[in-house]
Ligand binder design. Structure first.
Ligand code: NAI
Ligand code: MG
Length: 358
């Protein structure tokens, strides 16, 4: 009998609504040959929903989501709704309520893709950024006073807890142990004098417990430069919420397109659903044209499979992605091709079906 998973699918806005069905097709296809069945429940929560109801999701939205095995998200955000409204009305509450305190973002150059960096050989970039996902610089603590007067000011407080920092770092150390045994930490303890020295202290405390992992620490500015100058040196990188966010857009750029990069918002204990999504946003500039790259959403789907314990099915999806990129050359305009979302998806499904037929 097939293993069935109940998945909440939130396509969201813009190209989220185009790449979601593409990835669902791919997952259904691979599932059928691995005895996995996805029972999709589509939730229309989005900026469009907000325009209609004044909310990004219903008041009991989190209770609805809690019932699912995992959450699969496209992208939210659209002109007309301020970005902080769409982010704090949907994504951030989900990440926090479900203690998805790890944001896992692989930065890997896939076969057939040229990095925009000169001199990067095939397979020359392969690391993972572990971004703290529940606290840090993304905090509600602070406020604004004296609005619309010359004395107006805004204060935003960062929140770094021992528990929050330690669990993110421990996850990164554990991951480094099963990968290349190298862990780099993103800091800025020269300029940010309270939270970042605290971050560094905890990083060093844990290092003592992982003697087999080689550690390094970089100020975030220097680290950004190294992502460009020497990406091959990295294996696992651990970063705070904001630093991880910025680094991974750069990570997406050096692997060829933000349209490819995936991410997992992980609740490692499995007490709550985790959420898988591409790194990219809703791309209003190309929405509705049918030329969004579906590979970021598809790769996020492969991460969901792996998280569910189906490593082999996940690897099969990534093999199909590599095949389409390196053998067929069918690719969307962001990768220099001319294919549509639909054409890329058709090729992926065909590759998976051939795999099954073998
Ligand atoms: P974006 O990622 O949507 O777009 C940046 C650039 O990359 C655009 O030129 C876009 O056309 C291109 N791009 C992105 N994904 C692509 C794909 N799959 N295929 C081909 N090209 C792709 O970031 P932007 O423009 O800063 O934000 C647009 C909206 O998305 C905003 O409302 C923002 O708040 C939201 N957003 C939502 C995220 C989420 O749901 N997790 C993450 C980032 C942004
Ligand atoms: Mg980002």
């Amino acid at each position: 009998m097939d293993t069935t998973y109940r998945i909440a699918a939130i396509p969201g806005d813009g190209i989220g609504k185009e790449v979601m069905p593409a990835a669902q097709r791919v997952l259904d296809t691979v599932g059928s040959s691995f005895g996995i069945r996805f029972e999709w429940s589509e939730l229309e929560w989005s900026c469009e929903y907000y325009a209609r109801t004044g909310r990004m999701m219903p008041p009991n939205g989190l209770d609805q989501l809690r019932e699912f095995d995992q959450i699969f998200l496209g992208a939210v955000g659209y002109p007309g709704v301020p970005d902080h409204v769409s982010l704090w009305g949907l994504l951030i509450p989900i990440r926090r309520a479900f203690r998805q305190y790890i944001n896992l973002r692989p930065v890997k150059l896939l076969p057939g893709i040229d990095s925009p960096l000169r001199d990067v050989p095939a397979g020359g970039i392969d690391f993972v950024v572990v971004r703290e996902n529940n606290e840090g610089e993304y905090s509600e603590t602070g406020g604004r006073m004296y609005r619309e007067t010359p004395d107006e000011f805004a204060i935003q407080e960062s929140v770094f807890t021992r528990r929050g920092v330690e669990r993110a770092m421990r996850y990164a150390y554990d991951l480094a142990q099963v990968r290349g045994k190298r862990l780099a930490s993103a800091t800025k303890s020269n300029g940010i004098i309270h939270t970042m020295p605290f971050w560094d202290e905890i990083f060093r405390e844990l290092a003592a417990q992982y003697p087999d992992v080689a550690t390094s620490e970089f100020h975030i500015d220097a680290l950004a430069a190294l992502f460009v100058l020497d990406p091959a040196r990295f294996d696992v990188v651990v970063a705070s919420n904001l630093f991880g966010d910025i680094l991974t857009d750069l990570g997406a750029a050096i692997i060829g397109s933000i349209g490819i990069a995936p991410s997992g918002n992980i609740n490692p204990e499995g007490q709550y659903p985790s959420m898988f999504e591409p790194v990219h946003g809703s791309a209003p500039d190309i929405a509705g044209q049918g030329r969004a790259n579906p590979l970021g959403q598809v790769w996020a789907g492969a991460m969901m499979l792996a998280h569910l314990g189906h490593e082999e099915a996940a690897a099969t999806v990534m093999d199909a992605v590599s095949h389409v990129l390196s053998v067929t050359g069918v690719r969307t305009p962001d990768l220099g091709g001319t294919a549509s979302t639909q054409e890329v998806t058709d090729e992926l499904v065909a590759a998976l079906e051939r795999e099954v037929a073998r």
